[in-house]
Design a protein around this ligand. Structure first.
Ligand code: ATP
Length: 365
């Protein structure tokens, strides 16, 4: 099978976009290598779609430039960029068959009938829809329709495919299977893909690299493992499964560790970020549920709390406990815990991350 036309490198330099006076996307620098799968991840309103639309040429840039293998592309009209686009609402032509939908772009480009047939067959095989080629979109499931829209984008052999929340209209089971389909198609066709999502699981499972955006600014760029192990700020931590986010005051700072206290909680954690905190600073302490546990023996707990919700998940229990001051803690327990039990909750200092440089008030966005 022919593959997507190979892209060496796509470079965004200082790309920004303002609506009126409001900067929805702060200057963004990003280099994407050919064959990479990059996810733009962040909560609603963080600027993901704005960034994607700037790339696609649907929105003019307020500043900056975009180059593809050194060639300027932000000055080109969308159709001249030749990027593939896959949207949440499949945007198929309802009156055309699957084959005609996929062939549409080739027809517009006056590609010969024989070549069109061959290329359409190839991509329909790739998305496993060859036997549905004669049907109309209305006769297909949501997942199948989304595969048609992917086929339609990649049949053009684009140097870059842009996907905007392509799975959000599908039910949970279909999302999972389409996720692995998208990854497989990306690899088999040798695509370079930029994928917008607010779903961190989707981003972590699909992407080679993630760009986490918050309020129009990049919080962090890195591989899933880098972000998961070393979140740069509390916003990234929140996205990477640190469900326990406690806003506390620092009472002591010693080398790489700090002690944060408040509302009956006292946590020793590891300081993250370039700014050296001082006692009295407000901090966000981030802890993953799997690192928070019932204290053993005379171990120093971070808090006492009452188990409220206990869910059985195979070998471990997922427990939600509430402190006397109303802080909600998510933890795991290998031993028996029942709703109403009084728990002493503990964490290892290297597993509690202390962030002081994030705008913590915005964490509830
Ligand atoms: P979502 O996941 O909800 O689509 P997003 O991360 O894609 O969110 P954008 O759609 O890029 O976010 O929006 C970023 C910011 O720009 C938001 O504050 C939004 O309100 C604002 N915005 C987006 N489009 C416009 C517009 N046409 N005019 C004015 N403001 C806009």
């Amino acid at each position: 099978m022919r593959k997507a036309s190979q892209l060496g490198e796509l470079r965004l330099s200082g790309v920004s976009r303002a609506y009126g006076g409001h900067l929805a996307l702060h200057p963004l620098d990003l280099t994407i290598r050919g064959g990479e799968f990059v996810a733009l991840l962040g909560p609603s309103g963080c600027g993901k779609t704005t960034a994607l639309n700037c790339l696609a040429g649907l929105l003019p840039l307020t500043s900056g430039e975009i180059t593809m293998d050194g060639r300027r592309v932000d000055t080109l009209a969308p159709e001249k960029r030749g990027f593939g686009m896959v949207f949440q609402n499949y945007a198929l032509f309802p009156h055309l068959t699957v084959r005609a939908n996929v062939a549409f772009g080739l027809k517009m480009r006056r590609v010969s009938k024989a070549e069109t047939r061959r290329r359409v067959d190839d991509v329909l095989d790739l998305v496993r829809l060859r036997e549905h080629a004669h049907k109309h979109p209305g006769q297909l499931s949501g997942g199948q329709q989304q595969r048609v829209s992917i086929a339609r984008a990649i049949v053009m052999e684009p140097p870059l495919v842009l996907m905007d929340e392509p799975l959000s209209n599908l039910d949970a089971a279909l999302r999972l299977s389409m996720r692995s389909e998208i990854r497989r198609i990306h690899q088999e066709f040798g695509l370079t893909t930029i994928y917008v999502t607010h779903d961190q699981e989707e981003a972590l499972s699909l992407a080679d690299r993630l760009v986490v955006l918050h309020a129009g600014q990049v919080s962090q760029i890195g591989t899933p493992a880098e972000l998961y192990e070393h979140p740069a700020d509390a916003h990234v931590a929140a996205f990477m499964g640190y469900r326990n986010l406690l806003t506390l005051d620092l009472t002591a700072v010693e080398a790489a560790e700090a002690v944060a206290e408040g509302r009956g909680l006292k946590v020793r954690g590891t300081v993250v970020g370039g700014v050296r905190p001082r006692p009295g600073d407000t901090a966000t302490v981030a802890i993953r549920p799997e690192d928070l546990r019932v204290a053993e023996g005379d171990e120093q707990p971070i808090a006492e709390a009452t188990a409220e919700i206990v869910e059985y998940h195979g070998r471990v229990l997922h427990v939600e406990a509430v402190t006397a001051h109303g802080d909600r803690l998510h933890l795991r327990s290998a031993g028996t815990v029942r709703p109403g039990d009084a728990l002493r909750v503990a964490v290892d200092a290297e597993r509690a991350l202390v962030f002081t440089d994030a705008d913590t008030a915005a964490l509830d966005d």
